[in-house]
Design a protein. Structure first.
Length: 367
């Protein structure tokens, strides 16, 4: 998928600060863009969202040199980056990452495999989370390190494009690292400015080796509202398509929209979409004002993903047999929607996070 026109219009890299060549938009503005792009095609919007996720560790924990170099690459020409965390045996359980980076002199030697990585086939660079503490008893929060890796370095082997159920415009592949030499300058979090609000709001400012897990989790907090807004865009498209069809298709001498069974489906879709939109907006607003948003971003992501899937399924139902056919767009929406419940943390993982926050609040006597 060619994103050149979107890049020219400033729709890519929207949150990169002006000093690094970006438009410097807020999370709220970025998510408005994402919802509109996803309305048209989530296969187009997902690579943009994934690139934003890849950029986030650099924005959160990169030093000035790293930001100028790697963010600058994306604003000087139409390029994207990738976020390499998921592995063949490690998706939701980020703490189970097995990719290893061993320090040797002024370099780290990286070995391992990542899977289901969006944009990896044409990324200019990527964030890689690797285990640097060999002690199996060490906690995830102190045993992993975040690195910036370039695709043309020796030992980086990118796999074939995966053929997915939906969002087929999006490029998803695996990547293998075989004795990849990473200079120490590409460790993230080594020289973070103490005054950075983005970093502070996710806890103690990270300081290089052993801080990768915190950086990755902080990045998810920033981008889950964007996933939610994309899901809402898809859901809105499903409602609009179903509504138009319900007014055109007739049974028993009247448009099917006049049958209560159909109109109630449309009403339920509208209720959920409006609620989901307000949730991503609330989560984005918390980012704008510099407040912790782990709890709200997980709620927005989980609810919006479920809403997108219900909306797409209901749209197919309104279309009936026609919805099961490729002549109409709703079958594509149904296929495209499913991944929203999987990537950037499954719907089940979001519920784990939400429940943890609810219970912690109760245990502190804050109910």
């Amino acid at each position: 998928m060619n994103h050149e026109k979107g890049w020219e219009l400033g729709l890519l890299n929207s949150h990169i600060p002006v000093k690094y060549g970006g438009p410097g938009l807020t999370s709220m503005e970025e998510n408005i863009i994402c919802e509109e792009l996803a309305y048209a095609c989530t296969g187009y919007s997902t690579p943009i969202t994934a690139s934003s996720l890849g950029q986030m560790p650099v924005l959160l924990a990169g030093n000035e040199d790293q930001k100028k170099k790697y963010l600058g690459m994306l604003t000087e020409e139409c390029q994207m980056c990738a976020f390499c965390v998921t592995e063949p045996g490690c998706g939701s359980d980020v703490a189970a990452v097995t990719t290893r980076a061993v320090k040797k002199g002024d370099e780290y030697i990286l070995n391992g495999q990542k899977m289901w990585i969006t944009n990896i086939g044409h990324a200019k660079w990527f964030f890689v989370l690797a285990r640097t503490n060999p002690d199996p008893k060490s906690t995830a929060s102190g045993s992993m390190t975040g690195f910036i890796v370039e695709p043309d370095w020796p030992g980086v082997n990118i796999g074939r494009k995966e053929i997915n159920m939906g969002q087929r415009c999006s490029d998803t592949r695996g990547v293998t690292f075989e004795d990849v030499r990473i200079p120490k300058e590409n460790v993230l979090g080594s020289n973070v400015e103490q005054s950075s609000n983005r970093v502070k709001m996710n806890g103690i400012p990270p300081r290089g080796e052993g801080q990768g897990f915190k950086i990755a989790m902080g990045s998810f907090d920033q981008t889950r509202p964007t996933v939610a807004s994309g899901a809402v865009g898809l859901a809105q498209r499903a409602l609009d398509e179903a509504t138009k069809y319900a007014l055109e298709r007739k049974t028993f001498g009247v448009p099917i929209a006049e049958h209560q069974a159909v109109s109630f489906i449309l009403a339920d879709m509208a209720i959920e979409i409006e609620a989901a939109r307000l949730l991503w907006m609330k989560s984005a607003y918390e980012i704008v004002k510099g407040a912790p948003n782990t709890y709200c971003s997980s709620i927005a992501k989980a609810f919006s993903s479920d809403v997108a899937n219900r909306a797409a399924t209901n749209a197919v139902q309104v279309f009936g047999g026609a919805g099961f056919n490729t002549e109409y767009p709703v079958e594509k929406l149904m296929r495209d929607a499913k991944i929203y419940q999987i990537y950037e943390g499954t719907s089940q993982i979001q519920r784990v996070i939400i429940a943890r926050h609810v219970l912690q609040k109760a245990k502190r006597g804050l109910l």
